[in-house]
Design a protein around this ligand. Sequence first.
Ligand code: CAA
Length: 373
Amino acid sequence: MSFSQIGVVGLGIMGAGIVEVFARAGYQVVGVAESGPAVDAGKSNLAKSLARAVSKGKLSQEQSDEITARVSFGEDFELLADCDLVIEAAPEILSLKVEIFSKLDAAVKPSGILATNTSSLSVTEIANATTRPEKVIGMHFFNPAPVQKFVEVISTSHSDVQVVGKIVELGNSLGKHLAQISDQPGFIVNKLLLRYLNHAVQILDAGQATKEQMDAAMRELSGYPMGPCELLDLIGIDTCVEILKTIHADTKLEIDEPAAGMVSLVSAGAKGRKSGSGFYDYSERLDAPTDPNEAIKNQVHNDLLMAYLGDCIAMEATGYASKTDIDSGMKLGCGLPTGPFEVIESIGIEKVRAGQAELAQRTGIAAYQPLPF
Ligand code: CAA
């Protein structure tokens, strides 16, 4: 089976980004959203992203026009009938995704593959909402989708191996680096990333550092493209809270409970860039946050890094994912300059273990203890 027409349901930042990825790679794309304004927002997201590429000289106006001409938009699921693959990129709410998949199952031709871009929810439960669970798969892109080169392909116990193979082939044709993972909450990258982001807000909530100190620490001392609060704003704080709830329901660890500072921002409607404010206010252009307090930055950097590297060591040691997939995911999915195992190699694993133990002892949080292997 070859893919000629691709559907995307949900045209927020991720959905519109996925539309762009496929249209840029030469596929015909149908973008569907639930309302006229949501369709308009998707069109506008695509237009802005292409205009940015044209203004930077990365695309000619002619190429941009060709990409735009490959995409059609609408509100009706019937528009997706002939799609070989439909990717759902709706908000991270299981009941909503289940409802969408049941509608997709009725609307899309029987040979069509249905994929979810869920960040952490059970692909199996989503597949169960259809009469074709063997053709339902997770295809998890990273924000901004046109920029980040990593995609997680999630299979379930129902998945047809040929379907998985086709999706891997398709992902490669998009120029993405793929990792295959089974259906586990948070998959590879979000399981690590969300705990790190939550840890940062827990430090903030405890008054141990400011958001500027935390963001500057990770940018300046680890060379991350964004600090944790900036990244929460980019992803969407509401989305991050939902992902953490799913991870927490699985691990039951207090460190995975969404931090109060995130929950209260979401309650106030401050969801990050998409709502105009989150940890930061986006009504005007912001400079990268900086802060001269080196002692606090060093402490915060040490704590966030040791906990995160410890999680990576545990993820690999328990057979959840390989070092290569973890390193690729964090570099190509989140734009980090080095993968965690490259960092561990340069620091030395014994120093990381000692750092974890010190963090556990100082905070009294046993979950930071290194695992006994
Ligand atoms: N759409 C398309 N292209 C974009 C873009 C967007 N929204 N934002 C930036 N770009 C492109 C720019 O055009 C530019 O392209 P060129 O290099 O070809 O010129 C490039 O990205 C760099 O952009 P800028 O110079 O404007 O900005 P920057 O250097 O500060 O980079 C960034 C911006 C790419 C967002 C970078 O800060 C970054 O990688 N941040 C980390 C983002 C991250 O971690 N994402 C993963 C989040 S987790 C997730 O998404 C999964 C989930 O389920 C929650």
